[in-house]
Design a protein around this ligand. Structure first.
Ligand code: BG6
Length: 487
């Protein structure tokens, strides 16, 4: 996609530039924005990290990452030679004052040479323990003062529970104003996820039946074959509930359940989404077992390869009780959704890698066809495949060809790859461009993050106090613990 509107002069300062996120996601995304012509000539990426590296060494490392992870594959010499001029690296101690004074100097220098004000975006691609320090020091150095040009991007996890999220919000909001804060949930940048809004609100067809009168249940699944990879240390303190459900899956639920927005203003969309979180039924801690199931993977087989049990993964406690699978039954208590269950499920080392949402409709009120024609009768299902398949399928009954009347289910389908030939941007491309263009629609506001934690706290508390007796309870390569699809 070629751009029509270039960004204003910008410096992106990445804290944690030597880390995995920068290497795999952020710089490949910025490079693609550059290739697509979104970035002005006046842009700089300043990488900061404790690792000693020169700018050329940083650039080489970044190029390897782009070659490996960019949706466009390997860099071409001419493109890379143009891009690399925009990269800078400084070894930096995030606790040292001179880190922040040198950022200040760099911004001033650019303002002078570009003859005007410069957007400065602080991207915190760091472990959560650094966030408070960095934010506080940015504040003391006066780097949060320019409310129009200064912005901060915070990666998830945003807090560890409701209390810590509130504290973090307090710290950040004391220094930056809410309009400067971009809390990332990268799922919201995925094309297929953004399309949920288009599907629901740009078509007249679905909205009239999008309610408890026609919909029987909603299922939201994010299944991964991957284990915890090299993130065992982090994941063992998080678990599937915090890592996936508190953010990605609850956000998907909000997009499915929200009321039509009056406009596409960032706060209007975010208000409608937070309404859903507030409407979610509060589960009593003693009833958690009726609404939530957890699991942890044992050793097993994934695509013919033997894989370790979770407790054997590097960085994971040998007796860990952290869940790698979580499945919840939630209810949105409002006029539209009363009594419609929303099943929300996510797990690692599952039998497939697949994220999808299914909306199952109620059966027809009266079955006029004789039973022998409808042996294979199935209710209408709308499936939104988010990844890796990217499509929307509507299952309905059709007459099978033949002299007899026999019904069977078929799909109407829309497939991204068939309909659109241009490459699909990665979530981080969309989100980084949005930050540069000051569009917060796809980012989490303070109250959304807190409302999402609030919903999960009884489950978190219950799982913390009640030791699971049967962990590990599913073999890697299986679709979760036995019985986890039944409540
Ligand atoms: C991250 C989680 O937010 O999302 C990971 O921390 C998970 O555990 C990842 O694997 C999934 O994202 P994607 O875009 O790779 O499906």
């Amino acid at each position: 996609m070629e751009s029509s509107k270039k960004t204003d002069p910008t410096i992106i300062i990445i804290f944690g530039a030597g880390g995995d996120l920068t290497w795999r996601k952020l710089l490949p995304a910025i490079y693609n924005l550059y290739l697509d012509g979104w970035l002005t000539e006046n842009f700089v990426v300043l990488g900061l990290d404790i690792k000693p590296m020169s700018t050329p060494q940083f650039a080489k490392h970044i190029q390897e990452g782009i070659d490996k992870f960019s949706r466009r594959g390997k860099t071409k010499k001419k493109d890379w030679d143009g891009f690399v001029k925009h990269l800078m690296y400084n070894k930096a101690d995030f606790n040292a004052d001179n880190t922040y004074s040198s950022i200040n100097k760099e911004i001033k220098k650019l303002e002078k040479s570009w003859k005007g004000s410069v957007n400065h975006i602080f991207y915190l691609a760091v472990a959560p323990s650094f966030i408070e320090t960095i934010v506080t020091r940015l504040g003391s150095a006066g780097l949060a003062d320019n409310k129009l040009m200064g912005r901060i991007v915070i990666e998830k996890p945003f807090g560890h529970d409701l209390e810590s999220a509130k504290h973090l919000n307090q710290v950040i909001c004391n220094i930056f104003s809410e309009s400067q804060i971009y809390r990332i949930d990268h799922f919201l940048g995925k094309e297929t996820v953004q399309n949920i809004l288009a599907f629901r609100f740009a078509n007249a067809l679905f909205e009239p039946i999008w309610n408890r009168n026609y919909i029987d249940r909603v299922q939201i699944t994010v299944a991964e074959q991957l284990g915890v990879e090299n993130r065992g240390g982090y994941f063992d303190h998080a678990g599937a509930l915090r890592d996936m459900i508190q953010n990605h899956l609850l956000q998907l639920l909000c997009l499915i359940a929200m009321e039509p927005p009056v406009s596409f203003e960032a706060d209007e969309i975010r208000n409608r989404k937070v309404d859903v979180l507030h409407a979610l039924k509060k589960i009593d801690q003693q009833d958690v077992h009726k609404y939530a199931i957890r699991g942890q993977y044992d050793k097993g087989w994934i695509e013919g390869k033997k894989v370790k049990a979770y407790r054997e993964e590097p960085g994971v406690n040998k007796d860990s009780n952290t869940e790698t699978f979580a499945s919840l039954k939630l209810f949105v208590n409002n006029w539209r959704w009363q009594d419609v269950p929303f099943y929300v499920r996510s797990g690692k080392r599952m039998n497939e890698t697949s994220s999808y949402i299914t909306i199952q409709f109620k059966p027809v009120p009266h079955q006029s066809f004789p039973p022998e024609t409808t042996g294979n009768w199935q209710s209408n299902i709308l499936t939104m495949n988010i990844q890796p398949a990217m499509n929307i399928l509507l299952r309905f009954q059709a007459k099978q060809p033949g002299l007899n009347m026999m019904l069977g289910p078929v799909n109407m389908s829309f497939d991204y790859n068939e309909s659109y030939k241009s490459g699909t941007p990665e979530a981080y491309e969309t989100l980084l461009l949005d930050v540069m263009q000051k569009d917060a629609t796809l980012f989490m506001r303070a109250d959304q993050v807190e409302a999402a934690w609030d919903v999960l706290m009884p489950i978190i508390n219950s799982w913390q106090t009640d030791t699971p007796v049967n962990f590990p309870n599913y073999a890697a390569g299986m679709p979760g613990p036995e019985g986890s699809d039944i409540f």
